[in-house]
Ligand binder design. Structure first.
Ligand SMILES: [Zn+2]
Length: 439
């Protein structure tokens, strides 16, 4: 039905009818639809070579079946990808056109570049950490001198009680804030309810949206949102390692509201359903879209819970649900704020490991020393880096870029309503990382 209307619109413009400006813009957008379809099919074809690549797909099921049946070789996928890049280059929308249509074209172009990079990697091509992150995620993480991390660790050393190394004392301090296994589900449910009600005060979601939570083991990640389409997500929480109380709100916001679940719901509602832009029904993990997804999911925690609000909610709701003494909440979050300054040490470990300056054991030691990961958590993180490589930048650099962008649009912490509005606008659009800077 939709396609018939679109073709009619294009025919009207081509035949020289008196089309309105609006018709012209619509036709411009619609002329990209066949290119978008080719893109989706290429992503699905590449997914046959890389089980982590297609993170979500809810477009026509027969396209996936065809990809599975055809199992196109990498060289053939690359050839078609080059052809699609050329078609995209000659379909650039007018500079004065609707912004979202220009963003769509840029999105497809950048996503295609990343797809070809992934093809090259799967074909044996080698890139440095920064080359890879630039090609896959449209961004390069800053480099940091370990001395800056050491200064923060010294500060922590003065703050944490007990004897032993700072890592040992941090571990001992944190052990008071572990959610007991039998209280995990109740604690997450309380966190999800808090994140959801805050989100719904500012963002309208389709009434049928929902997600289910599962507890899993033996994964390299701590939580995962598998978007199913039809406004539904499956959220998995990994229980391999102890789960600290801060993870309840962090995961509920990041994976759920207003993070990945809301991001995917809004893309499905605004772009796939309302505009018929089929490219958003597939989500290739190793692509610039991931920096936006992870960055908004992490920044979304602060949007939903500005710092004092967070501590108050932890005290009143989360700590009691976890059976923990709420009196320790403020001190715990003060210490975590300091530890958060070490997050870029994780990127340094990954960069040096991927660039073969550190082996796996040395990378784990680096994480323990500069990012204060406990030994089991450092080992898990190295497994994550093995699997996802430069993807690690999407979390912290992604958050920082998203924060800067939202604030540059007026969405500062002192104006919560505007911040929500700018946040919603970003997660409803095809904007990619390089479009966050100066845009
Ligand atoms: Zn995530």
């Amino acid at each position: 039905m939709k396609r018939v209307c679109l073709l009619a619109a294009i025919a009207m413009v081509n035949s020289g009818c008196l089309a309105t400006v609006e018709d012209g813009r619509r036709a411009e957008a619609d002329s990209m639809n066949p290119l978008a379809e080719r893109y989706v099919k290429l992503v699905l074809a590449l997914g046959q070579h890389d089980s982590d690549y297609v993170d979500a797909y809810y477009g026509p099921p027969e396209w996936r079946t065809a990809a599975e049946t055809e199992k196109r070789p990498l060289a053939e996928i690359d050839k078609e990808a080059i052809a699609l890049q050329q078609s995209l280059a000659s379909a650039a929308p007018a500079a004065h056109g609707e912004e979202i249509v220009r963003l769509r074209h840029t999105y497809l172009t950048k996503q295609m570049g990343a797809l070809r990079t992934r093809v090259a990697m799967l074909s044996g091509g080698k890139l440095t950490f920064d080359e890879e992150s630039k090609a896959l995620y449209d961004a390069v993480a800053p480099t940091n001198d370990p001395a800056t991390f050491e200064r923060t660790i010294q500060e922590l050393g003065k703050r944490l009680p007990g004897s032993g190394s700072v890592l040992e004392r941090y571990d001992a301090f944190r052990s008071r804030f572990i959610i007991p296994r039998d209280r995990l589900d109740a604690t997450f449910k309380a966190a999800i309810a808090g994140c959801r009600s805050r989100t719904l005060q500012h963002i309208t979601l389709p009434p049928s949206e929902s997600f289910t939570v599962e507890y899993v083991t033996n994964k390299s990640w701590s939580g995962y949102n598998w978007y199913q389409g039809q406004y539904k997500s499956l959220i998995q929480v990994n229980t391999d390692l102890p789960i600290y109380v801060d993870r309840a709100i962090d995961l509920a916001c990041h994976e759920g509201y207003p993070g990945h679940h809301v991001y995917n719901v809004l893309l499905e509602k605004n772009l796939v359903r309302d505009r018929g832009w089929v490219e958003f029904s597939v989500y290739p993990l190793f692509s610039p879209q991931s920096l936006i997804a992870e960055g908004t999911a992490n920044f979304g925690i602060d949007v939903a819970f500005p710092s004092q609000d967070r501590v108050a909610f932890e005290r009143s709701t989360i700590f009691p649900a976890a059976g923990l003494d709420p009196a320790g909440a403020a001190e715990y979050y003060d210490v975590l704020a300091l530890v958060d300054r070490l997050s870029y040490a994780g990127n340094e470990a990954a960069r040096r490991y991927i660039n073969r300056q550190l082996d796996a054991t040395e990378a784990a030691s680096w994480l323990e020393r500069y990012a204060l990961y406990s030994p089991p958590r450092a080992a898990q993180r190295v497994r994550f880096i093995d699997q996802y490589r430069s993807y690690v930048i999407n979390y912290n650099l992604g958050k920082d870029l998203v924060k800067q962008y939202v604030e540059s649009q007026g969405g500062t912490a002192s104006d919560g309503a505007k911040r929500w509005q700018m946040f919603e606008r970003l997660i409803s659009s095809p904007r990619l990382p390089s479009g966050l800077v100066g845009g």
